[in-house]
Design a protein around this ligand. Structure first.
Ligand code: PMP
Length: 380
């Protein structure tokens, strides 16, 4: 088998102890051991969410958690603000529309983060807004949003702040309790270093009050059922038991490192990657780049799709390309989850090599040197 490297913002590489844990015989989901497993996982997730609120899980990818948030928090005819600065902000709007929720979009040029002022203006114009839907790291553009600033606006109003932290959780800082973020949605295949298949969601008391009032239809993604069963480790439906085992391993790893250190490590790796990109004479796509993933604007003459294919076919390297309007125009290099300095060196050196092969003149070695300088100079 050819050696492969995965530098995509999900799925991300899985540590060996997690792979081994998944190879163990599967347990019955109502056995004592699974009940203990569920309780342990939900307890440890609090550390990653930086919250004392209970966390619930659903057997679905991250989008299931997003759909659940809309269906459980809102009622027919509710009005919400959706920040659309990329593909995943747009997804919030799509889900709200399906549920007959009125969306007031804030369209942000891709590559930029929303100006909190724009949100404040709309909140003042429409005091009946039920919720603001935002994205921590807009994975399609590599942009980090200022969730703390948005929370300052919502926590003094009867408006919920619902954050898609699907890619950003564990990489970009999100202090749910300290900042008073009402709902945080994430999933397993990103910073949590586990295969895809579980969504994880945390709600504060304001959000639970909204759940009580919600009249939108839901069955499988009913948060009350998921929450109540999670409390005693029981489950309403057969969960992805194997993934829970894997998630427990990943959470042990993060708890051992400590969430602050985990975030600092991601910041360290992102700083080096950005420095490398600039040293190569290329530019970052995001004006406020996230720790999760670095989006790089490709020179006009480079066919981004051909580049991504070349990297996989020739070198076994998977980077993510651009989505929708950015297809072929950017490359996204993730430094997410089980990553260290050496991974960044591989990602950057292969990037230089690939550009050279495809006929794009960059100063070979300059990116690696810049990254090494960051690693040498800054400790985290
Ligand atoms: N939101 C963001 C910010 C994401 O990065 C992704 C996945 N790339 C999603 C939502 C959707 O998650 P999933 O594919 O797990 O449903």
């Amino acid at each position: 088998m050819k050696k492969k490297w995965l530098f995509t913002p999900g799925p991300t590489p899985i540590p060996p102890e997690t792979l081994l844990a998944m190879a163990q015989p599967i347990d019955y989901h109502r056995s004592e051991s699974t009940v203990a497993l569920i309780k342990d996982v939900l307890q440890k997730l609090k550390h990653v969410f930086q919250t004392e609120n209970d966390v619930l899980f659903l057997t679905s990818s991250g989008t299931g958690g997003m759909e659940g948030a809309v269906a459980n928090l809102l009622s027919r005819g509710d009005k919400v603000i959706v920040i659309q600065s990329g593909k995943f902000g747009e997804r919030w709007a799509d889900i709200c529309t399906v549920f007959d929720v009125e969306v007031i979009p804030i369209d942000v040029t891709w590559g930029n983060a929303v100006e909190p002022q724009a949100v404040e203006t709309l909140l003042t114009e429409h005091p009946d807004i039920k919720a603001v839907f935002a994205t921590l790291c807009e994975t399609s553009t590599g942009v980090l949003h200022d969730i703390e600033a948005l929370a300052r606006l919502t926590r003094v109003r009867p408006t919920l702040l619902v954050v898609d932290a699907v890619s950003g959780l564990g990489a970009d800082d999100l202090q749910m309790d300290n900042w008073a973020v009402d709902v945080v949605v994430s999933c397993t295949q990103k910073g949590l270093m586990t295969p895809p298949g579980l969504a994880v969601v945390a709600l504060n008391q304001r959000a639970w009050d909204a759940v009580e009032r919600s009249d939108l239809p839901k069955y499988y993604f009913d948060f009350r059922k998921a929450y109540e069963s999670g409390l005693d480790g029981s489950v309403p439906y057969t969960p992805a038991v194997t993934l829970l085992t894997a998630l427990q391993c990943a959470l042990d790893r993060i708890c051992e490192e400590g969430i602050r250190n985990t975030i600092n490590r991601h910041n360290h790796l992102a700083t080096a990657t950005r420095s490398a990109v600039k040293a190569l004479g290329l530019s970052l796509f995001a004006t406020s780049p996230a720790n999760t993933v670095t989006a790089i604007r490709l020179p006009e003459e480079v066919d981004g799709k051909a580049f991504i294919n070349l990297m996989l076919d020739e070198y076994g390297i998977t980077y993510a390309g651009g989505q929708s309007q950015l297809s072929g125009k950017i490359v996204r290099i993730a430094h997410l989850g089980w990553m260290n300095e050496n991974d960044v060196i591989v990602a950057i050196s292969a990037f230089e090599r690939g550009l050279m092969e495809i006929g794009c003149a960059v100063p070979i070695g300059a990116g690696v040197t810049a990254a090494q300088e960051v690693f040498h100079t800054f400790k985290y």
